[in-house]
Design a protein around this ligand. Structure first.
Ligand code: SIN
Length: 484
């Protein structure tokens, strides 16, 4: 991997301001999803290193929380500036371990950096209230204080941005963090730790331990000094983490799986609907929680939409993310790719028709070509489960009520999208969809200024926006008596 600044590529864990090996001396291989080549070998931490990181965070946050908000804000701002300055190197590390095209990786780095910029600004606006008291001799005041040590568990699909949007608000609030990145993609997380260290974040405030998922997870969920756990990942793992956090009554925020409907009404602008659906479906090869999982198209526009969408999907260039012109990379590993292919086969055997994909010219088994399926029905597994791959199932509907009913017929509630121009319909459908995020005539909804999060089994809590600090703050009520 060619980097301008090779110190960004770290393979040791970062605990209490030190770069350390695992106690066992063991390492995990980080593989390039394109061809399985080993990119780096990273310290394989376990429970003991995690415990040390938690205790370091507990000590460090006592001082960090007392620092003036401006000081914390300045440190976050320096991380933002460093991420921006090193965007190219960080993008290369990301593509090497995750597989997404370099152009997308650059966008992710800018997206991740924007959370540091945003929360550098928000850090200075942690306000309390004064509340009218029920009697004349009392005053009621509230102040907001950091929750304490925060465990951040993050996925492999956005190894930089998902961690950035947890670390940035936590540090802004005055918390210290122990981060557990996905085993497949620890390098981007370790690179953030390098930049935090260079930005002057004190030892122990940011810790990163990669390795034995079960042992690290058990420590993070069981240790009483961890006061909050924030997780982005699957609903199944999220439920297990919520249960594990119950014994020590930790605050939890969960950004879990989705099953996003993407609805195209007859009155939509066909061109922008096709572009929006392509961007939403095939970004990161469909490996996002907010990816369109079911494309519902009204009868009057169905054929025109299906033809254009299929042509655009067929035109996407598959390849190694490091190569110029690549528009879609591989899936994270061979098992993910074979799971997606199995779903496609099942749908076809149940009556769906392949309009594009999944075959391709790439040699590696981690690739699945951009796939379009028509004749899909809501009962098929491909409509009920999160695909997490580049497959677009197309469904036909007739009325607005039917579209809303089909869209809401899922236990998930993260993101939904619809394209329409009638203002009444925009309000009716926007209000009727049971999802935390609704894109209206827009297929890409993520940005630091907006609250990201779901309802139902997609989780709770909001990341980014002015609400993003709330999950890291406790409200304390001061009751002042004897005021005459
Ligand atoms: C996710 O897939 O979990 C997040 C995607 C995003 O932030 O856009």
């Amino acid at each position: 991997m060619q980097l301008s600044n090779s110190s960004l590529l770290r393979t040791q864990a970062y605990v209490d301001g030190l770069w350390v090996e695992a106690d066992s001396g063991e390492r995990i291989a980080v593989a390039n999803p394109v061809n399985g080549a080993v990119v780096a070998e990273v310290a394989r931490c376990s429970g003991a290193e995690t415990r040390r990181a938690i205790l370091a965070a507990e000590r460090a946050q006592l001082d960090w929380r007392r620092r003036p908000a401006k000081e914390r804000a300045d440190a976050l701002r320096r991380i933002y500036e460093a991420m921006t300055a090193h965007q190219e190197d960080l993008a290369r590390i990301l593509t090497a371990e995750q597989g997404k095209p370099l152009a997308e990786a650059r966008v992710e780095i800018a997206y991740g950096a924007s959370y540091f910029e945003w929360f550098a600004e928000e850090a200075r606006r942690i306000y309390g209230d004064t509340i009218p008291a029920p009697s004349t001799d009392k005053r009621i005041v509230t102040i907001k204080q950091p929750v304490g040590v925060v465990a951040c568990i993050t996925p492999w699909n956005f190894p930089n941005a998902m961690l950035a949007r947890k670390i940035a608000p936590a540090l802004a609030a005055g918390c210290a963090v122990v981060c557990k990145p996905a085993t497949a993609t620890p390098l981007s997380a370790l690179a953030i730790a390098v930049l935090a260290e260079e930005a002057g974040v004190p030892p122990g405030v940011v810790n990163v331990v990669a390795g034995d998922t079960r042992a690290i997870g058990a420590e993070l969920t069981g240790h009483p000094a961890v006061r909050k756990l924030t997780f982005t990942g699957s609903t199944a793992v999220g439920k297990a983490l919520i249960r594990a956090c119950a014994d020590t009554v930790k605050r939890v925020s969960m950004e879990l799986g989705g099953n996003a409907p993407f609805i195209v009404f007859d009155d939509a602008n066909l061109e922008t609907a096709v572009q929006g659906a392509i961007a939403c479906k095939y970004r990161n090869a469909g490996q996002t929680c907010v990816s369109a999982n079911r494309i519902l198209v009204q009868s009057g526009i169905f054929d025109a939409f299906a033809d254009r969408f299929t042509a655009a999907a067929r035109g996407l260039k598959l390849g190694d993310g490091m190569e110029a012109g690549t528009e879609m990379g591989p899936l994270i590993d061979a098992s993910a790719a074979s799971g997606v292919r199995r779903m496609i086969r099942e749908a076809v055997s149940e009556g769906a028709t392949l309009m594009a994909g999944p075959d391709h010219d790439m040699k590696s088994e981690t690739f699945v070509g951009p796939t379009v399926l028509a004749g899909v029905t809501p009962e098929m597994r491909i409509c009920r489960e999160e695909i997490f791959g580049p497959v677009a199932p197309l469904l036909r509907f007739d009325t607005e009520e039917e579209a809303i009913q089909l869209a809401n017929d899922t236990p998930f509630g993260l993101a939904a999208y619809f394209y329409a121009r009638d203002v009444g319909r925009i309000y009716r459908v926007g209000e009727g969809l049971e999802f935390g995020i609704v894109g209206v005539n827009e297929g890409i909804i993520s940005n630091a200024a907006a609250p990201f999060g779901g309802v139902k089994e997609s989780g709770y809590g909001r990341e980014g926006s002015r609400y993003g600090l709330d999950d890291y703050l406790e409200i304390k009520y001061l009751c002042l008596g004897e005021i005459e």
